[in-house]
Design a protein around this ligand. Structure first.
Ligand code: MRU
Length: 342
């Protein structure tokens, strides 16, 4: 299979942590070096890096940076001091559960460490990063297997290499499907208001020479009415115990449209995105971001107030299949999710 040619969202080298600044793509491809936990947390909040798995990976490297600094500050009490850093990271964005998952994994390692934490924590962060890439590739094949040869698909937001450790979740299935002739055409919603679809997904697919057609979000109904797609394929920020799926705002309406038009709806996410502590989607914290993300497209002064929830919840009954690295769940229910995670 062709290897991904895309740039990596998160990089760790001799200089330390650097993030591909996704706020300025596709015009400018530039990596931002990050040297403190405060800067890492702010970069997550400001969406220098975004996409649930990439946020989790960044947080893991952020803990490495924090632990080195805290150990230098106080080699006896660093485990107490670093708790504030982990709290800062956890608060950086509320919906993407991979952030909390990565903090939990790093905290569990901290709890059993003796001596200088820098090296063992870096090894763990690199493992989280590499595992995510490997899981993406597994999911890519599992998802592509479900698709008939020559299908066309619609994706929403960016759930690609830019949002993960490498291959992508939804775009991983699309990459694997395209390179095995399962997928012949890809439509990308532009994904208002932050435009992850037009600025990131279209750009990322073009890096791999995968032909992509950009549509306005509101064109999805017509796309389906005209029979132009057989699948909607999306990632997720949090899947809960009954199979409800939080993802980028607009995913829910796409799922409703898909159900109405008989288009299949696939969610692709690693098990690090699954939160079995929450029974159903009504309890998922949904991030609301700045009004300016919406109002900047209005010429002149906006006429009223703005509400900008950036995720929504797609009920499990609109989901045909959830694809994870541990296997696929058709028509998700609490029992099936429990069986997957047990
Ligand atoms: O606000 P964002 O850009 O972080 O939202 C990203 C998404 O909603 C993605 O679809 C989701 O995180 C899955 S990424 C593999």
């Amino acid at each position: 299979m062709q290897q991904s040619t895309v740039v990596h969202a998160v990089r760790w080298d001799e200089q330390g942590l650097a993030l591909l600044d996704q706020r300025i793509l596709p015009e400018t491809v530039a990596y931002l070096p990050l040297g403190s936990i405060q800067v890492v947390a702010q970069a997550i909040t400001d969406m220098v890096v975004r996409g649930a798995p990439a946020i989790g990976i960044t947080a893991a490297y952020g803990v490495v940076i924090a632990a080195s600094a805290r150990f230098k500050e106080d080699a006896i009490n660093w485990k107490v001091l670093i708790k504030a850093d982990l709290a800062l990271l956890r608060a950086a964005r509320p919906t993407a559960i991979n952030l909390m998952w990565a903090c939990d994994v790093m905290q569990a390692k901290i709890d059993v460490l003796d001596g200088d934490p820098a090296e063992p924590l870096l090894v763990l962060a690199k493992t989280i990063h590499a595992d995510d890439d490997a899981n993406n590739k597994k999911m890519g094949m599992l998802g592509a297997d479900l698709i008939d040869v020559g299908s066309s698909v619609l994706t929403h937001c960016n759930a690609g290499a830019l949002a993960t450790g490498g291959w992508g979740t939804a775009l991983g299935v699309i990459r694997s499907g395209f390179f095995t002739d399962k997928i012949s055409g890809v439509f990308a919603d532009e994904t208002r208001p932050w435009l992850q679809g037009s600025r990131l997904t279209a750009w990322e697919l073009m890096q791999d020479q995968i032909p992509v057609t950009l549509i306005a979000d509101v064109a999805a109904a017509t796309l389906m009415q005209q029979g132009k797609v057989q699948w909607v394929i999306v990632g997720s920020d949090r899947i809960v115990a009954n199979g409800d799926v939080a993802n980028k705002i607009g995913t829910y309406s796409t799922a409703v449209l898909a159900k109405h038009h008989g288009v299949k709806f696939m969610v692709v996410a690693p098990t690090s995105t699954i939160d079995m502590s929450i029974a159903d989607g009504s309890q998922i914290p949904i991030e609301t971001r700045a009004e300016s993300e919406v109002s900047e497209y209005v010429a002149g002064e906006p006429l009223g107030s703005v509400w900008n929830p950036v995720f929504d919840v797609t009920p499990a009954n609109l989901v045909d299949v959830i694809v994870t690295e541990k296997g696929v769940v058709h028509n998700p229910t609490t029992e099936k999710m429990q069986a997957l995670m047990s």
